[in-house]
Design a protein around this ligand. Sequence first.
Ligand SMILES: Cc1cc2nc3c(=O)[nH]c(=O)nc-3n(C[C@H](O)[C@H](O)[C@H](O)COP(=O)(O)OP(=O)(O)OC[C@H]3O[C@@H](n4cnc5c(N)ncnc54)[C@H](O)[C@@H]3O)c2cc1C
Length: 554
Amino acid sequence: MQSPPTSFLRQNNITLLRCFMALFLGCITARINLCSNLSITILSLSHPDSPNIPSSLEKISLDGHFSFDDVHHAARDFGNRYRFLPSAILRPKSVSDIAATIKHVLEMGAGSELTVAARGCGHSLQGQAQAHRGVVINMESLREPKMEVHAGKPPFVMDVSGGELWINILHESLKYGLAPKSWTDYLHLTVGGTLSNAGISGQAFRHGPQISNVYQLEVVTEWWIETVSAGKGEIVKCSEKQNADLFYSVLGGLGQFGIITHAIISLEPAPKMVKWIRVLYSDFSIFSRDQEHLISAENTFDYIEGFVEINRTGLLNNWGSSFKPQDPLQASQFNSEGRTLFCLELAKTFNPDEVDIMNQEIESFLSQLSYVPFTLFISEVSYVEFLDRVHASEMKLRAKGLWEIPHPWLNLLIPKSKIHVFAEEVFGNILTGTSNGPILIYPLNKSKWDNRTSVVIPDEEIFYLVAFLSSAVPSSKRTDGLEHILTQNQRILDFCETAHLGMKQYLPHFTIQKEWRAHFGPRWEAFVQKKTAYDPLAILAPGQNIFQKAIPVS
Ligand SMILES: Cc1cc2nc3c(=O)[nH]c(=O)nc-3n(C[C@H](O)[C@H](O)[C@H](O)COP(=O)(O)OP(=O)(O)OC[C@H]3O[C@@H](n4cnc5c(N)ncnc54)[C@H](O)[C@@H]3O)c2cc1C
């Protein structure tokens, strides 16, 4: 790794103090709590102490452009709870637009409060892609490089822009009969956004998360800018073989080390169809035993997830017309008797000429499972329909005005050895009456995760993703309201802590650095060292709340 630039470490005390006071006072005067209960935070746009920001940015020569007036949408995200108004939005047309902007912010030095956040689609939950009074880079505007599929001979790969949507990648790669190997449940997310986290779905047990399926990245970092400024280098491409430290730092790096402008991702031959299967369990031990068996088996399904049914359906539970019970008469007599049920969700991909063999395989796999008799439901859909399944729910929710409401989601990674204790307390005690959205639960194989990346996962061979995907009814004071859900989330977090479950948050959110230290554990020092190397002024992704600009990162 290149030794860290020392410029910010050498800042004299007066500059630091001035800067700190400006930040501190600015925050105090600007902080407004919309609700008395502190659950929604908005930071004001007015910034009388830095009136020259727009004019200084306007001087940068760009292929794209800045917007200064219409910035409110960049102060919103899917979580719909945090609103940090930026000073400007950059709509880049080229990578050099991004580099020039970061260079400019660097040149303004530690005395300026300007920060920079890349924004994919803003599907973050707690302001992670926002920049209070800073510059938000609208990554979807970046259309270079154009998507390019390399379909000649394996390994099949695809060049994509960091701002590309996974749904577009799917459609483009399918033109060549190929598709990425590892997905998220929802595809209207960007490459840069999911690679900054991990990118997890039901294929991850086999292929690992999306960050395990990248060959190369192109990244704009302060470090690169410094190198270029000194006339020493070119844009940083990084991979396992080249600038490996930067490559692994950026993967799962929460946007802390640079802006991903380009990625080369791994593809495989795409199937045409999917058998999509759901079976029910009333006993968590049997459910999880079957899940663990399936993710460890040699020959198995292509997608393995699961969810908890607590008296209510939600975003992903489109049981409606598409899922047919294999035995309609018996299934109609099935009564859950108010019990919490666990649904194992499976998919097997196939091509039309493989139907017979696929059906035999499914029969054989299912015969190894111990679900409640007659609770087998099957659907057959195209590969695209399967992968883009959440979008259909999105359209329905948007039509009812239920997409843009607060989403107090909680995503946890729980070690296998503790999942039973967790399930007993959370599904038996904390969440009894109802849930406010889907609750996903499925195991993952640690061996498919690269421990050189920045993402933090539990220290066990198998761990579970448990995702509480709640929606809050605005202004409700009842159990479907934000306050109630946040209290419930906190109870779950408190239980994990007091019971020492070794839980790690996915899409983590913490408000103080002490909590970030605990999240990273023994990896904290290395994370700080990387920050010092690649973003020493701490200008990137301020919404993650890990480091503050011009306050030493150690
Ligand atoms: C309906 C829905 C379903 C989801 N399903 C899944 C799922 O199945 N699995 C899963 O893993 N996640 C899932 N997510 C979470 C998703 O991975 C995160 O929201 C993630 O942040 C990607 O969203 P985005 O592209 O809009 O990124 P943003 O929210 O815009 O950004 C996320 C973070 O990455 C940084 N960033 C964005 N682009 C770049 C870039 N080019 N370079 C460097 N940093 C960048 C931002 O500054 C920010 O800190 C889901 C989210 C939603 C809303």
